[in-house]
Design a protein. Structure first.
Ligand code: COA
Length: 161
């Protein structure tokens, strides 16, 4: 069974993340979407809220078991703990590459069995990020094109507070 982990802050999950999750689920038998419990980034949504929002957004994909959880510490250790040998990341633009390359190499250095697979973003999500959603939502803008339909109301309520 091929298990992959898709890590991130997901503050909140966007349609760009969801696109990567669905495409990864068509490749792997098991996909663990892992929310980093990162107090240093001062997330707007608590880790429990972020996990819950992802669970609500992700559809059932035949042939892949998708689970959503959170983790602390190093991704390389977490991957080993859950038996994942692949990290899935989305690549949006060349500007993502250098940082992602460094992370992938560092993760493999720490866990020799861990490879990173990059999925090119769908072009309509190239510009999208969680901070863009937070910024638009905070000012009462329309986020309907950016976050999954099922969670739009909850996300807007929280951001506009
Ligand atoms: N669609 C939309 N947005 C995307 C995206 C996509 N396909 N891919 C990335 N993004 C956005 C994210 O939402 C995030 O937005 P934000 O900065 O506005 O909040 C931004 O792009 C950066 O994404 P990413 O580089 O994946 O950062 P992250 O904070 O979401 O996740 C971890 C980073 C959790 C993967 C990484 O910090 C980690 O593994 N930490 C654990 C500690 C560790 O092991 N470090 C490595 C050792 S050197």
């Amino acid at each position: 069974m091929k298990t992959a982990v898709y890590p991130g802050s997901f503050d909140p999950i966007t349609n760009g993340h969801l696109d990567v999750i669905i495409r990864a689920a068509n490749i792997f038998d098991k996909l663990v979407v892992a929310v980093l419990n990162n107090s240093s980034k001062h997330p707007v949504f608590s880790v429990e809220e972020r996990v819950e929002l992802i669970r609500e957004s992700v559809p059932k994909i035949p042939g892949c078991e998708i689970t959503v959880t959170s983790f602390d510490g190093l991704l390389a250790d977490f991957a080993q703990e859950i038996g994942a040998t692949t990290v899935v990341k989305g690549l949006r633009a060349m500007s993502d590459f250098e940082y992602e390359f460094q992370q992938a190499l560092a993760n493999r250095k720490m866990n020799h069995r861990l490879d990173t697979v990059f999925l090119m973003t769908s072009d309509k999500y190239m510009y999208l990020s969680s901070s863009l959603v937070r910024e638009i939502g905070r000012h009462g803008g329309d986020i309907s094109d950016f976050v999954p339909l099922r969670i739009q109301k909850r996300v807007l309520e929280k951001l506009s507070k």
